[in-house]
Design a protein around this ligand. Structure first.
Ligand code: FES
Length: 106
């Protein structure tokens, strides 16, 4: 199990036990994290699964692919830490990771 903590805009924290290989979006949704809406179900088409990842954890993530980059641009989120949680697979390297969620996803 990989522990990941999602911190909602209002400060509410949820730590989940995620399975390696599942997406960070699925790990959040299956544990009732309200701030991950994931309207498109993980198809990189809605931008409602955004997370903010600080630099120390960003270094452990693969760079965003073309579709993720395009959707991030489309969303117009000005925060440089933004990623799409549906496009990030959980791995053991992410154990202890903490991410924050945008104000628009509550
Ligand atoms: S769930 Fe829609 S873009 Fe991630």
């Amino acid at each position: 199990m990989v522990k990941i903590t999602y911190v909602e805009h209002d400060g509410e924290r949820t730590t989940v036990d995620a399975q390696p290989g599942e997406s960070m979006m699925k790990a959040a949704v299956s544990h009732g994290v309200a701030g991950i809406e994931a309207v498109c179900g993980g198809n990189c088409a809605c931008g409602t699964c955004r997370i903010y990842v600080d630099d120390n954890w960003r270094a452990k993530l693969p760079s965003p692919g073309e579709s993720e980059s395009e959707m991030i641009d489309f969303c117009g989120d000005p925060d440089p830490r933004v990623r799409l949680s549906c496009q990030i697979a959980v791995s053991e390297d992410l154990d202890g990771m903490e991410v924050t969620l945008p104000e628009s996803q509550q």
